[in-house]
Design a protein around this ligand. Sequence first.
Ligand code: 6R9
Length: 776
Amino acid sequence: MAELRYYGEKMEVKVSSARMYISKKEYKPSRFDFLRLVKRTTARVILLANEDTTREGKFRGAEPQTMDDPFERSISSPPSKSFTTLNHLRHVESLATLPSGAGGIPKLNAVILGESLASEEDDLVFPSDDFSRRAHIPSPQKYLEMYRRSIEDPAGFWSDIASQFYWKKRWGQPVYSENLDIRKGRIEIEWFKGGISNICYNCLDRNIELGNGEKIALFWEGNEPGTDGSLTYNQLLQRVCQLANYLKDVGVQKGDAVVIYLPMLMELPIAMLACARIGAVHSVVFAGFSAESLAQRIMDCKPKVVITCNAVRRGSKIIHLKDIVDAALAESAQNGFAVDVCLTYENHSALEKSKTKWQEGRDTWWQDVITKFPTTCDVEWVDAEDPLFLLYTSGSTGKPKGVLHTTGGYMVYTAATFKYAFDYKPSDVYWCTADCGWITGHSYVTYGPLLNAATVVVFEGAPNYPDSGRCWDIVDKYKVSIFYTAPTLVRSLMREGDEYVTRYSRKSLRVLGSVGEPINPSAWRWFFNLVGDSRCPISDTWWQTETGGFMITPLPGAWPQKPGSATFPFFGVQPVIVNEKGVEIEGECSGYLCVKSSWPGAFRTLYGDHERYETTYFSAFPGYYFSGDGCSRDKDGYYWLTGRVDDVINVSGHRIGTAEVESALVSHPQCAEAAVVGVEHEVKGQGIYAFVTLVEGVQYSEDLRKNLVSTVRKQIGAFAAPEKIHWAPGLPKTRSGKIMRRILRKIASRQLDELGDTSTLADPSVVDELIALADS
Ligand code: 6R9
């Protein structure tokens, strides 16, 4: 229910306990305006008072229960002048005045959690009174206080959070040091240097000491309904210690790399934690990557051990992971790097031990050796700046980048972001559908939740197996209260019909989350209205492999959400939008999303290639970290991510470099040249569209088309397979030989009237040829 009051200088719209004020200066309300507003507001509006009877103070005194009102405090104690004029706080300034921007009000659609459905793109979705009251960050004012401190005193702000963890030795001074300006020399970021700690200890031992030993750490749900398991914090620690002891026994030492190529078994987080415990650097490779991709990563980071399993069931398919590892290890050995130990978990539900190919001497069965090791293992205390893990991600060249994260800052940052963005409470059951092969599975399946002593669901299977109701079946089975997923999954389930959702109760759900790509407002509304029964806020978290944790994210109790916007920056994050000249743009605008100044979770380098780190992320716009994403900021200060602006395609939330796909295609003996672009895809967000020129004399054929697609599957992985191969006798190139992808994008999306100027092409006639071949 909404109420509307008008008094003195202000008009007030009250939706549940959330209020907004329109100052008379910006908006000259009259009774007529009220009535107009009433009609446009989906919630019920009551006209309570007229202009001369109600005063702000009197009103507040009459309703003391509204003290937690998200807007009340920002109005009653406006930020001081000096604060609002600080340049880097300007988006906060706009938040402070939100939503008094009179321009937005005529379109206002106010929705309150649990009370009404989101129905239009310009809906504002308010936290309910109840939700806000219980939230860690209950109001914009609380956010403002904390955000302001995080920017003005980052050392103090983050030291306070870091102090909640166990440090063998406290960090020294300064708390952080940074240079993000390439013009001033080497790019460097350090947090908590000199502090000695261990992230595994903080996830497990510390939480057990705090009394969580018997709490469930992991629930595991297998591919087949009915196959499941669980581990308490005590049990998880024992498993981790056994594996850590084994790794030490085979010679893994602090700083050594370990490659993990596992599906979503509990053994995957166990392996990550075991590495962290002994100071080894894990590099998880998503178990959907091909042998070639795995080999490339192995050759780059040269692990002492590779950990895998023999096979996995995903949906109705069985994937022989060990065969892929064997091929990768053979390729790596041929190229001069041989891995001595391949620890293989026997996943007997997928493949019998006896049917697994084996290389004596190198291969060891996990189950044969691990149980022989003690269930306790000393911790290797490491410096905050010692590496924790490497995770390869696609860039705009063919070679993946080894993003390196260190220990202390990453620990503090993932823990804090998890707690605040999901408004985590100890009673929550948390499920993130991401695979640990991606950053989301590192920060928000493993480290962030376990640092908070959360109960985490790990799911091995596919979300549409045995049918499209599986996610909600799991939600009901484990009473999941926080559900974090990707827009691509939302869209694919949305297509299957509502009855798969409504068949299940979903009553346990409290907070929803989205990551990986922009969530389109219609998917947002389906997720909000149907899955969350319009009761659960959606944390649409924008971040990257490189950022370690959330950068722009809703804090669900604090402020109204706009479907499709990631809202505002997290504590300590200073996003800026720059134009192509690298000049910061103020207020309402669109441009390139950069970040100024470091945050604890930032990556520190690209493994073995600091120069590439500097050129890729810090050179385009000197003085800033450049995210590679486009972004706009609306008049209320909300951030809207618009997708990659570089040669990276985001397929189902997976980053794929166009160059990687092109190099896979041209490795085919009959392919002379390839140019790859992204096109809009209904479910996956973006699909891969490849223009292919064949070797002189080779005929185009359906077989060859299939062959090219399977070459990409084989070299990168099935998720990178092109949706479309477009035969291209020639490619549109400038006279200097540069392929004009802008034109290819337009042809691929059939926007033929938007091709623009083609006269600068070396041979403009290729464009007509390509158009003629579009549907062949
Ligand atoms: C966490 C993760 C990063 C890229 C990023 C951006 C896109 C991620 C998003 C989002 C809009 C969101 N992205 N979250 N775009 N809204 N909430 O996905 O890391 O695999 O490195 O991808 O994903 O384009 O630059 P990563």
